[in-house]
Design a protein around this ligand. Structure first.
Ligand code: PLP
Length: 426
């Protein structure tokens, strides 16, 4: 039977604990698992049998979360890890090698711009930043060393929606996987795999957990990419020396990327999610659809109110009819444009700083996707390390404040914004 989203967000991957009947998924707080005998241990270590060895690789609580997220995204498998940034490295690691590059949107979470423009250079990887809406520029940036195309669904901070279907076509023609960061949309609002994405990455820190409690990340594989076709992805298609010459794609088919992520990625990079974090995120996902509906409803009300405010220069919410991205909501994010957008104030940088300092209900934090409404002045914080050109491209100029709308009463949020706007311009 094919269950609906609301049923799957509660049940997918979970079943009563076989040992105790516990209805809720237990937190398996253990580092290791007893082998039945030496043959069993050998079979596990050879990947001939699937089971638990050591919690750096697999843990039963984390495994439930992996199956739940894979199911909600419509993927074949998923690997959870310690943060959203870890998920990005885990997604790229099997694809990349020194001298290789990937093409990426220039509208990304500030930390991702830094990770991609600075830190990965030490691995010999290069990110080529392009305007992801300029399809000629995306196609032109692909060269013989390009290994992937990367975008966010609803771009942080501006809330711009990427046309995943158009990007998947470009990736297909180039024989490349499309990686989509679906953090700000969540699988409730957008299902990138149905639109042609190969891999989906998440910061589960955000809406999936939804309470601002634990860090986490996830890589979901669609299982649809032929890793052996071009010879470009030897980690997945060629013999793996650390597993007696096993070829992941040949052996595991549509689960190749997931098995590689656990057996090589987590084993050797060690960016493991802990079972406590998996527990909090499982609790969060049980109410994902209800929360996202309210995030979208509140964001629509607040954005429309802000847009007509005399101190406001612009609001980027794609759910507003005035947004150039409004026609993509129906096609890409049919259940709504999310809860994240920016507001540009007529008073510029100084007004933004005063505005952020004057808010009482909104918290000034470097986070998004919490049940609470959050605000941050990107140019002086998350996007601070970026050049002015990078800030503008990312939609995080000095006159702009990022807003993550929570699930409180919309009227209370509007009242708080009103008093802060008046103070900032007083
Ligand atoms: C927060 C975020 C990340 C990074 O995730 P962490 O869990 O903070 O490491 C990546 N992408 C997007 C869109 C984010 O919002």
């Amino acid at each position: 039977m094919a269950y609906g989203f609301d049923t799957l967000q509660i049940h997918a991957g979970a079943r009563p604990d076989p040992a105790t009947g516990a209805r809720q998924t237990p937190i398996y707080q253990t580092t290791a698992y007893v082998f039945r005998d030496a043959d069993h241990a050998a079979a596990l270590f050879n990947l001939q049998e699937v089971g638990y060895i050591y919690s750096r690789l697999t843990n039963p609580t984390v495994a439930v979360l992996q199956e739940r997220i894979a199911t909600l995204e419509g993927g074949q498998g998923a690997v959870c890890c310690s943060s959203g940034h870890a998920a990005q490295i885990m997604a790229l690691f099997p694809l990349m090698a020194p001298g290789k590059n990937f093409v990426t949107s220039n509208r990304l979470y500030g930390g991702s711009v830094t990770q991609f423009s600075q830190t990965i250079k030490r691995f010999g990887w290069t990110a080529k930043f392009v305007d992801i809406d300029d399809y000629d520029a995306v196609a032109a940036a692909v060269d013989s060393d390009t290994q992937a195309i990367f975008t966010e669904t609803i771009a942080n901070p501006g809330g711009h929606i990427a046309d995943i279907r158009a990007l998947a076509d470009i990736a297909d023609k180039a024989g490349l996987p499309l990686i989509v960061d679906n953090t700000s949309a969540t699988p409730y609002l957008c299902r990138p795999i149905e639109l042609g994405a190969t891999l989906v990455v998440h910061s589960t820190t955000k809406y999936l957990t939804g309470t601002g409690t634990v860090m986490g990340g996830c890589v979901v594989d669609s299982g649809n990419f032929d890793w052996s076709a071009s010879g470009k992805f030897p980690s997945l298609s060629e013999p793996e020396p650390a597993y007696h010459g096993l070829k992941f794609h040949e052996t595991f088919g549509p689960l190749a990327f997931t098995f590689h992520g656990i057996a090589v990625g987590l084993r050797d990079l060690g960016m493991t999610m802990n079972p406590q974090a998996a527990h909090y995120t499982l609790m969060g996902i049980e109410t994902l659809s209800l929360r996202m509906q309210r995030h979208v409803e509140n964001a629509g009300k607040v954005a429309a109110w802000l847009e007509q405010h005399p101190h406001v220069a612009a609001v980027t919410y794609a759910g507003l009819p005035s947004s150039p991205y409004n026609d993509r909501v129906e096609r890409i994010c049919p259940k709504g444009a999310g809860g994240l957008f920016t507001v540009a104030l007529k008073g510029g940088y100084d007004a933004c700083v005063k505005f952020v300092d004057s808010l009482e209900l909104f918290s000034h934090v470097a986070n998004l996707g919490d049940a609470r409404s959050l605000v941050i002045h990107s140019a002086s914080t998350t996007h601070r390390q970026l050049t002015p050109e990078q800030q503008q491209a990312a939609g995080a100029g000095p006159e702009v404040v990022r807003i993550s709308i929570g699930i409180e009463d919309a009227d209370d949020l509007i009242a708080d914004l009103d008093q802060a706007l008046n103070t900032a311009h007083g």
